[in-house]
Design a protein around this ligand. Structure first.
Ligand SMILES: Cc1cc2nc3c(=O)[nH]c(=O)nc-3n(C[C@H](O)[C@H](O)[C@H](O)COP(=O)(O)OP(=O)(O)OC[C@H]3O[C@@H](n4cnc5c(N)ncnc54)[C@H](O)[C@@H]3O)c2cc1C
Length: 480
């Protein structure tokens, strides 16, 4: 597909934000995201500054027959966009809090950190993810499981309304009352519906909680992991916890206490009485000495400090899945795969405890996949792009085979990581949900202007299907 000079000039004249064509100076910086291995090279980039800019970009793409892609922070981008129109949302930073109604109105360019800070001024908190650096919309479209998930559930359960530019260029609202099918889809169905320009989310009253993280050195990994696995059997819904066996390279950029170490990080958040939170955590203080970190009273605004995810752009490779259960056999196998003394190019092998509120759908239903998952498991590969093509996928396949008896057949889209593996996209929702999502995409995007999954056509080969051609399947999706 191509466009004329006149068509491009008309677009540029109608957009208040930035407009680039392939090869233009500044395009590279405009499309740079969190994952430094992904270098986008679309035909046209629109740095939208207003909702009208988004609509103009969509209408332009429709008129010249080009696909539309969206880039917020690049935390969830694994393959480069090589064609069509790429809309960047970073300038859409409107953000307001209605403290009485406990609602945040959030433009598509916001990261969670901005919303957390704005809500905290009113003694309120959004149900955010682990990293404040992740984009609110991309995250929430995928459901979203954060450090308070067992108490509050999926973040998309708190979405109260979306404004979306659909394939006609019209702006539509999606709420429980207006376009409820689209509202259902946007709460967990991820992409392929349009460009979300803003979202309203419900906030919860929260000023402090008992939480934080402790790091334990290699000799204590087994004891901490075993205690944690036992803890999850009886943990109340007020407690959300996770563990990660982490390998820190002996590089100067790594802070001294962690440099060159293999350690386990135990993350904890208890919502409720602070003394009860402390009491529940005491066994983790007694089991072994920790060498770094703190657990205690935390301001709600510091929730993203629990996981302490990196904020600087890095090469990202990860793969995740849900687990049905864990037990002694799981702990043994996990240690055999990731424990000290093993040479494995996985810098973080993390297991998060789910359940509690994550199992409860919103009354009107939503498209989130993986509500029945008991744990989420995610592997982050060594940030060496030369390993991304075949070494890390092979290692992850081997790990998956070893953990097969604990892996759930269902998963949730924010946790799949790279979607290029066979069946990974299809497995992110129950078959009936996947089929309904495809039908809703066809309804709001008949020309398939918003390709989904967002991977270049050639890369998915036979798996790339326009919305209308998907026929669905009654079989249990095969995972990995
Ligand atoms: C360090 C790190 C920590 C993370 N922590 C968590 C976590 O705790 N819990 C969790 O559930 N997930 C987590 N994730 C996964 C994350 O939620 C997803 O990768 C999410 O897609 C990132 O969204 P983004 O907008 O920041 O990224 P982007 O890569 O910019 O966008 C990701 C996808 O969302 C779509 N999208 C973004 N904005 C819009 C829009 N306005 N309209 C339509 N589509 C849009 C894009 O098209 C793209 O396909 C984490 C990821 C990283 C790298």
């Amino acid at each position: 597909m191509t466009f004329s000079e006149d068509q491009f000039s008309a677009l540029a004249a109608s957009v208040t934000g930035a407009v680039f064509r392939r090869g233009d100076k500044g395009l590279g910086a405009e499309v740079a995201g969190q994952n430094t291995t992904v270098v986008h090279d679309p035909d046209v980039v629109i740095g939208a500054a207003t909702e009208a800019d988004v609509a103009a970009a969509v209408r332009f793409a429709a008129s010249v027959g080009m696909p539309v892609h969206v880039l917020a922070t690049g935390h969830g981008t694994y393959a480069p966009v090589t064609d069509g129109v790429l809309i960047t949302t970073s300038r859409l930073t409107e953000l307001s809090i209605d403290a009485d109604a406990r609602i945040a109105h959030i433009g598509a360019g916001n990261r969670w950190s901005a919303v957390v800070a704005a809500a905290a001024e009113h003694g309120l908190a959004p149900i955010t993810g682990a990293s404040g650096n992740v984009g609110v919309i991309g995250y929430t479209l995928g459901g979203g499981l954060g450090p308070l998930a067992r108490t509050y559930g999926f973040s998309s359960d708190y979405a109260r309304g979306f404004r979306v530019v659909i394939s006609t260029g019209e702006v539509v609202s999606a709420t429980a009352d207006e376009n409820p099918d689209l509202f259902w889809a946007l709460r967990g169905g991820k992409g392929g519906f349009g460009v979300v320009t803003s979202i309203d989310v419900a906030l919860v009253p929260l000023t402090t909680f008992c939480g934080g993280a402790l790091f334990y050195d290699a000799p204590h990994i087994e004891a901490v992991l075993s205690l944690w696995a036992a803890f999850t059997e009886t943990a109340p819904d007020e407690a959300t916890t996770s563990v990660a066996i982490m390998r820190f390279p002996p590089l100067d950029v790594i802070p001294e206490p962690l440099r060159g170490k293999t350690a386990i990080s135990l993350r904890y958040a208890y919502i409720g009485d602070l003394d009860e939170g402390e009491r529940l955590f005491q066994p983790f203080r007694d089991v072994a000495p920790s060498f770094l970190g703190r657990v205690g009273e935390m301001p709600a605004a510091a929730v993203s400090m629990i996981h302490n995810d990196p904020t600087d752009p890095v090469p990202i490779w990860d793969r995740g899945m849900l687990l049905d259960r864990i037990d002694g056999g799981f702990v043994e196998t996990f240690l055999d795969l990731f424990g000290p003394g093993h040479d494995v190019p996985i810098v973080s092998a993390e297991v998060r405890h789910l359940g509690g509120a994550t199992r409860v759908d919103v009354p009107e239903g939503s498209a989130v996949g993986g509500r029945d998952g008991a744990f989420a498991f995610i592997m982050i590969g060594a940030p060496d792009p030369s390993l991304f093509e075949s070494v890390l996928p092979r290692v992850a396949d081997g790990v998956t085979a070893r953990l097969a008896e604990w892996i759930s057949p269902s998963t949730t889209i924010n946790y799949t990581g790279d979607l290029s593996g066979p069946g990974a996209y299809e497995a992110a929702w129950p078959p009936a949900t996947f089929t309904r999502l495809a039908a809703i995409r066809s309804l709001y995007d008949p020309p398939t202007l918003f390709p989904y999954p967002p991977i270049s056509p050639g890369e998915r080969g036979a798996q790339a299907f326009p919305h209308g051609e998907w026929r669905g399947s009654d079989s249990t999706p095969g995972r990995l």
